[in-house]
Design a protein around this ligand. Structure first.
Ligand code: MN
Length: 131
């Protein structure tokens, strides 16, 4: 696998979900920054804003929920261009609307389909779009 295809920050408090995402994306050659709560996700985003290519955000997180983290990322000039894709079990339309209103760029529902997930992420990096 390629090395250093890009850097992805994953905000996910569920250990097995984090391991799955980390394993899948790590195997694909992405560098992963892990955050297990919302506050840490925000801090690590700010600290690593120059190297992060994509943020994968769970919505239900301890310390600060994902919606709040997205709002703060998207209201800060130095981080607002970072693409945020919500990965959440909350497939309900209202949660999607809240996430989109907060500024998230896209939405993937859990449980993820591994093949289509990899394809989405690779396509994102291939096209080098900021969504
Ligand atoms: Mn969660």
């Amino acid at each position: 696998m390629n090395n250093n295809k890009g850097t992805i920050l994953i905000a996910e408090d569920n250990l097995s979900n984090m391991k799955l995402l980390k394993d899948i994306l790590g195997f694909q050659g992405y560098k992963i920054i892990e955050a297990y709560d919302g506050k840490t996700a925000l801090e690590l985003t700010r600290q690593n804003k120059d190297v992060i290519d994509l943020i994968l955000m769970d919505l239900q997180l301890p310390e600060m929920d994902g919606i709040e983290v997205i709002k703060l990322i998207k209201s800060d000039d130095s981080t607002k261009k970072l693409p945020v894709v919500v990965i959440s079990a909350h497939a309900m339309e209202i949660d999607m609307k809240r996430a989109l209103k907060a500024g998230c760029n896209n939405y993937i529902t859990k449980p993820i389909n591994v093949e289509s997930f990899i394809e989405k992420i690779n396509a994102f990096f291939r096209h080098n779009t900021k969504l």
